[in-house]
Design a protein around this ligand. Sequence first.
Ligand SMILES: NC(=O)c1ccc[n+]([C@@H]2O[C@H](COP(=O)([O-])OP(=O)(O)OC[C@H]3O[C@@H](n4cnc5c(N)ncnc54)[C@H](OP(=O)(O)O)[C@@H]3O)[C@@H](O)[C@H]2O)c1
Length: 290
Amino acid sequence: MKKILVTGASGFVGSRFVERWRNEYVMLTPTHAELDVTDAVQVERYIVENAPLVVVHLAAISNTGYCEQNPDESYRVNVESVCNLAAACARNGVKLVFFSSDQVYNGNYESGPLSEDVEVCPETVYGKHKLEAEQRALELCPTAVALRASWMYDVERYGMPVHQNFVLAIEKAIKERSPLVYPVREHRGITWVRDVVEFLPATFSIEGGVYNYGAGCTMDTYETACCYCEMLVGLQSGPLLQPDYARYPEHERNLSMSTDKIFRASGGRVCFGSTMDGLRIFADINGLCR
Ligand SMILES: NC(=O)c1ccc[n+]([C@@H]2O[C@H](COP(=O)([O-])OP(=O)(O)OC[C@H]3O[C@@H](n4cnc5c(N)ncnc54)[C@H](OP(=O)(O)O)[C@@H]3O)[C@@H](O)[C@H]2O)c1
């Protein structure tokens, strides 16, 4: 069985990845205390001593608001750790797969699904740091794979951690009958983490580079919320959701991604559907549909 080092294995994506694939791979899952990825010496030593074939680097500060408030810490974890792993992987012939984010597109003005080759100019600390991490990691380790993930969701399961996310916010609003406001001038893919985890091994053998990696999006965020809510509670969803026309006044926020590149590179094995398809399957499997 292939040996894989998973950083951030206690996190939202990491815990689900390990749970899904632990019988197919030998998983090395050091905790933050056992391997601090911001320490280049520790990273190099760990890779030399344990000789994984692949590193799935998920350790990060994923809270965008926290990064905005704590840019130095964000830089250390979201940029420098990726460089540490990229350098160690290049030196030791290890395949590196790490997570970037659709937030690299948050300064883009054009509409429609964005491809990896559009020029990007992120406006937030998190987006800027994710972009710098991609660029520097690929310079250090050209075989590395950077996956631009979109906003992910799941419910809490088997004690695995879950962040506040789209489906939990709607579930809470329905339960408490407290209205939610969603922007109309925003397009973004929202992805069930199950798909993200399911497709990951197919990225271990693709060529190095940057890849969009998440569900497609044809609706604005308010429309997506309305459709999902209607699936759960029918027409009563009306008063629960309110459109926000004022948010993003300068230009529409478009984070929707085309995944053609990774579909081709993986020979069709990485195959994300639309955000709404994902939500429909998620609600169905979890017995949430009315
Ligand atoms: N969640 C999303 O919706 C989303 C969307 C787009 C992209 N992403 C990206 O996807 C990746 C995984 O995100 P996630 O949501 O799974 O993150 P998460 O739940 O916040 O987990 C982050 C993990 O990183 C570990 N960590 C933090 N600093 C560390 C350090 N210095 N050394 C070692 N481990 C450290 C944490 O361990 P401790 O808690 O013990 O510190 C935790 O296990 C990240 O790159 C994130 O930016 C996430």
